[in-house]
Ligand binder design. Sequence first.
Ligand SMILES: C[S@@+](CC[C@H](N)C(=O)[O-])C[C@H]1O[C@@H](n2cnc3c(N)ncnc32)[C@H](O)[C@@H]1O
Ligand code: SF4
Length: 352
Amino acid sequence: YRPGQALMLWKRLYGNNIWAHSSEDLEGLNKDFKNMLSEHAEFKAVSLKDIVTASDGTKKILFTLEDGLVVETVVIPCPSGRTTVCVSSQVGCAMNCQFCYTGRQAIIFIKMGLRRNLTAAEIVEQAVFARRLLTSEVGSITNVVFMGMGEPLQNIENVLQAADIMVDEQGLQFSPRKVTVSTSGLVPQLKRFLRESNCALAVSLNATTDEVRNWIMPINRKYNLGLLLGTLREELSSKHKFKVLFEYVMLAGVNDSIDDAERLIHLVQDIPCKINLITFNPHSGSQFKPTRDEKMIEFRNILAKAGCTVLLRPSRGDDQMAACGQLGKPGELGAPLLRVPAQFQAALEVSV
Ligand SMILES: C[S@@+](CC[C@H](N)C(=O)[O-])C[C@H]1O[C@@H](n2cnc3c(N)ncnc32)[C@H](O)[C@@H]1O
Ligand code: SF4
């Protein structure tokens, strides 16, 4: 097709807020181009199933995919004027992180094989749909984070393509610094991401020792802290523009001690980074408890005093299961809990 036609199509669909369900909706385009589109283009990658709004204004949007599976997207407005859309990259997640609702559902998907990766179109459509549907209500979408259901880097091909479309001048036109892909730490894919994408990277760290990380994020048994952080140290030094964002979900009695704060300072030394301390969002069947606010502030202060850029990120949308780690279909919990190391059994009140 000719580039002029593609641009015209883009302007019609996105510039004018047109929701095209088939090539018949595209009046004014030449016949050959319409025919080509009918053959090659996906017109409706996702369909709206439901929207629920939490008391803080966070919206969880449920989409049905063509094969009947459901994914969730979250739109988070902030009083500062920033509105973030959190997109899913997979149906379910195979990583089985112990504190994550999506991960707890994972065993069902592992048994059946991971349900599936989302296509680039299904990922981009979540952001387009959110923008089209919610801009009038929540202000324009300013940021995209790949922090919904799934491990984005396990679906790297489609995620790279989706992120490219989001930042392309003829795509969604987000600045690359406003599009963040978050990973639990798949090291080879992380290297590829840093080399091939100009978008920002977030790494879910969540522990300061291999023992704890092996337990709460089993991916650490394959790519441990030393390997993960060593890779970031090497790859971020010259090639990538933005600081990496470390996410650290605070779990009472598990990863929130003063020793953890001191180890964290040491671990991230020499890595250009920011740290987000995240309030744990509880969900049914979860064995963890959130760290108390005073303790989070104390932890934050230790990091800040050592010169780290650190932010406390309160929970958003949690009364509608729209918060981080709460996405997934209720009633499908099934992943087995991994063995709790002996020294944490009291903190979790686990009966031995
Ligand atoms: C749901 S994950 C999706 C992106 C990717 N799979 C990852 O782990 O980075 C996004 C973030 O949510 C965090 N998270 C998971 N479960 C959580 C929970 N119950 N409460 C708070 N944050 C949680 C993860 O640590 C991660 O930083
Ligand atoms: S935290 Fe991320 S990687 Fe871990 S189970 Fe949840 S979605 Fe998957």
